[in-house]
Design a protein around this ligand. Sequence first.
Ligand code: 5GP
Length: 342
Amino acid sequence: DLFYRQMPKVELHAHLNGSVSFSTIEKLTARKPHLNIEHNMTAICSGQRRTLDECFQVFKVIHQLVDTEEDILMVAKDVIRQFADDGVKYLELRSTPREEKNTGMTRRSYVQTVIEAISQCGNEGLDIEVRFLVSVDRRHGFEVAMETVKLAEDFMLSTDGLVVGLDLSGDPTVGHGGDLLPALQKAKNCGLKLSLHMSEVPSQVDESELLLNIPPDRIGHGTFLHPEVGGAQSLVDKVTMNNIPLELCLTSNVKGQTVSSYSNHHFLYWYNKGHPVVICTDDRGVFCTELSREYQLVASTFGLSQEDMWSLSHKAIDYTFASASLKEQLHRRWLELRPSLF
Ligand code: 5GP
């Protein structure tokens, strides 16, 4: 729908390697034909669903295709351009710094390359502001988490604010977030904003309780926080009291089968409470979606008007980790672009 494509949008939950489009995958498979990777191994297209476990297998395949600085540079630039083409004016991209023994890529050169991609896109004059969140993969444990926080801190200081925060992600069925608390706390103390994946599967009540005590600046998914789905009132109270925005990704949750249908998505619970929510893609390549499509989907599923959706996209500016001056600039932009009639 043209309205949602043209509407200015903020994307706050996008994993770099999950956002790789089909055309970029084709360029990567051409570089690495010996891997024999087919499209259905890197994307879950319309009508298909997978278990959460199968979704995490997809990332492993993409990681095989993206294992040099050259790959990262191309992928990051393509992803940023594609978000810009979809009308995204402010993007917070997140990615897990990866070390590849075979190619010599290090976690540091990984982050350096993403930063390079962001600045090259800036120099090309693309109409999009991009910031970076460094991801901690929970599977990798405490030591790597501490190292990653150090890296994020170094780059926050050296890139003049391009690195704005830390993300906690990775397979929610592996490891316990509680073990990583000191790393997350350290990140917070040095001025990094925290966006934590939380309650993606039903068994995470204790973990979410601990993570909410930090508290984080935003929550990824939060699918099973509320009591009706097996969460707990105490979790909802903490989220509400601290007014922590939730990043909600409908297609991702339905295709990964943590939510049974679009109309059962927890968007409605939080939206009806008047709680801050922001619509995001999660992995636009893997789940074959776009942010404009997610907005359209929310509107049609829950019967919201174009004006309601505009207001959601506008409010999202306040939930970004951007500086006060950039937020102000974005607000002005939204006011300029606002249709006089809906
Ligand atoms: P990357 O960090 O390599 O750029 O992007 C892929 C990674 O993002 C995955 O390996 C995984 O750690 C994380 N990721 C992507 N989508 C999801 C999701 O829906 N839930 C969680 N917990 N992690 C995700």
